[in-house]
Design a protein around this ligand. Structure first.
Ligand code: SAM
Ligand code: SF4
Length: 329
C-alpha cells in the first residue's frame, strides 16, 4: 500500500529526526541559549525507530531515509542505528544531513554501517563569520570532517548553504568555486521562517533565481534533468568542471506540488509537511501495544490528509510553533 494523499502525491521519502539536541546554535535555526531538550525517554528508542521504518519500507513503499535532527551525530550509537536501518532492506537509500563537526570521528563507521549519502551544512568559508552564524568556533573542525568523509568514500558530498541576504550572500561565488575545485554539489537553500529568534523576513531571502544568475554569469551552467521530482533544481558547469550546483527554492518556488516527503520527529510524531501545524502521534501507538497494521493505518490516514503546500508570503500563512531543529530538516 503506497502512501497517497488527496492531491495525488505519493510519499516515499522519510526523514527521521534522531534527536532534537544540537551542538551548534545556527542563527537561522536555534536561539543562542539553546532550547529545552526533550527528556531522554520522550525520544524514540532505536528499536521504535526501526520498527516504524520497517513498516513504512516493507508495507508502504518508502525507499529513501534521511537521518537528521537536531544534530544526528550527537545521538549516541548513531552508527548502530544506521546499520539497523540498512538491515531492513539492502536497496534502501540512506542519507544523512549533519553539521559535520563530528564527522572526523564518525565518517568511517557511518560508511561501514551502510550510510550512502551525506549532506554537510556549511554556510560560510570565513572562520569569524562561521562563529557568528553557528555561534561556535568550528570551521576548521567541519573542514576536517569533510576531508574525513571524502577519505571514507562518500561521493559526491553535498554542501547545504542557507543563503541570507546581508550575511553570507557575498560568498555564493566562493561556494561555486569550491564545488569546482573539490567536486562538491553545493545546494543553496532559501532561508525559511523556521528560526527560533524570529529574524526571518522576506527581505532576507535570496531567491534561487538570483543565485543561479550570479553563478551563471561567472561559470556558465546548464540544467540537469532529474528522473524523479526533486526539491533541488540542479545544474552542472557547462565547461565540464567538477562538482555541481543545486538550488532549493523552498520560499520563492516551493516544491510542494511534487513533494514526496514525510517526517518523523525525535519524539515520534509524524509530520506531513515542514510547515504542518498538526502532528500525528505515533509514539503513543508504538508504546501502547498497537499492531503493525494499526500503525500502518495511522500513517496512511495521516498522509492522506497531507497539506497542499505551505503558504509562506500569503496572508493566511501560519508559522509552525517549532524550529527547524525540533522538526528535523
Ligand atoms: N544539524 C544538521 C545540520 O545542520 O545539517 C541537521 C539538521 S538541520 C535542521 C537540517 C538542514 O536544515 C540544514 O542544512 C540547515 O542548514 C537547514 N536549516 C535550518 N534552519 C533553516 C531555515 N530556517 N531555513 C532554511 N534551512 C534551514
Ligand atoms: Fe543545529 Fe543543524 Fe539547527 Fe544548525 S541547522 S542549529 S547545526 S540543527
Amino acid at each position: 500500500m503506497r502512501l497517497l494523499d488527496t492531491f495525488g502525491r505519493v510519499a516515499d521519502d522519510l526523514r527521521i529526526s534522531v534527536t532534537d539536541r544540537c551542538n551548534f546554535r545556527c542563527v537561522y535555526c536555534m536561539p543562542a541559549a539553546g532550547l529545552p531538550w526533550l527528556a531522554r525517554d520522550e525520544v524514540l528508542s532505536f528499536e521504535e525507530i526501526v520498527r516504524l521504518t520497517r513498516i513504512l519500507v516493507e508495507q508502504c513503499g518508502v525507499g529513501t531515509i534521511r537521518l537528521t535532527g537536531g544534530e544526528p551525530l550527537v545521538r549516541k550509537g548513531i552508527e548502530e542505528l544506521t546499520a539497523m536501518i540498512a538491515g531492513i532492506d539492502r536497496s534502501l537509500d540512506i542519507a544523512m544531513t549533519t553539521n559535520g563537526i563530528l564527522l572526523e570521528e564518525k565518517a568511517v563507521a557511518l560508511k561501514q554501517a551502510g550510510l550512502r549519502r551525506l549532506n554537510v551544512s556549511l554556510d560560510t568559508l570565513h572562520a569569524d563569520r562561521f562563529k557568528d552564524l553557528a555561534r561556535r568556533d568550528a570551521l576548521d573542525r567541519v573542514l576536517r570532517g569533510l576531508a574525513a568523509a571524502k577519505a571514507a568514500g562518500f561521493a559526491p558530498i553535498k554542501l547545504n548553504m542557507v543563503v541570507m541576504r546581508g550575511q553570507n550572500d557575498d560568498e555564493i561565488l566562493d561556494f561555486a568555486r569550491l564545488a569546482r575545485s573539490d567536486g562538491y554539489e553545493v545546494r543553496f537553500i532559501e532561508f525559511m521562517p523556521l528560526d527560533a529568534d524570529g529574524i526571518w523576513s522576506m527581505e532576507r531571502v535570496v531567491a534561487s533565481r538570483e543565485i543561479i544568475e550570479a553563478i551563471d554569469r561567472e561559470f556558465p551552467l546548464e540544467p540537469v534533468k532529474d528522473q524523479r521530482p526533486a526539491p533541488a533544481t540542479r545544474f552542472r558547469f557547462r565547461d565540464g568542471g567538477r562538482g555541481g550546483i543545486g538550488v532549493i527554492p523552498s520560499v520563492s518556488d516551493a516544491f510542494c506540488k511534487v513533494c514526496n516527503r514525510i517526517r518523523l520527529t525525535a519524539e515520534g510524531h509524524l509530520r506531513t509537511c515542514l510547515f504542518s501545524i498538526q502532528e500525528h502521534d505515533l509514539k503513543s501507538l508504538l508504546r501502547g501495544g498497537a499492531s503493525d497494521d494499526k500503525i500502518r493505518e495511522a500513517v496512511v490516514a495521516a498522509v492522506w490528509q497531507k497539506e497542499e503546500g505551505h503558504k509562506i508570503g500569503q496572508a493566511d500563512f501560519v508559522r509552525p510553533g517549532k524550529t527547524m531543529s525540533q522538526i528535523g530538516g
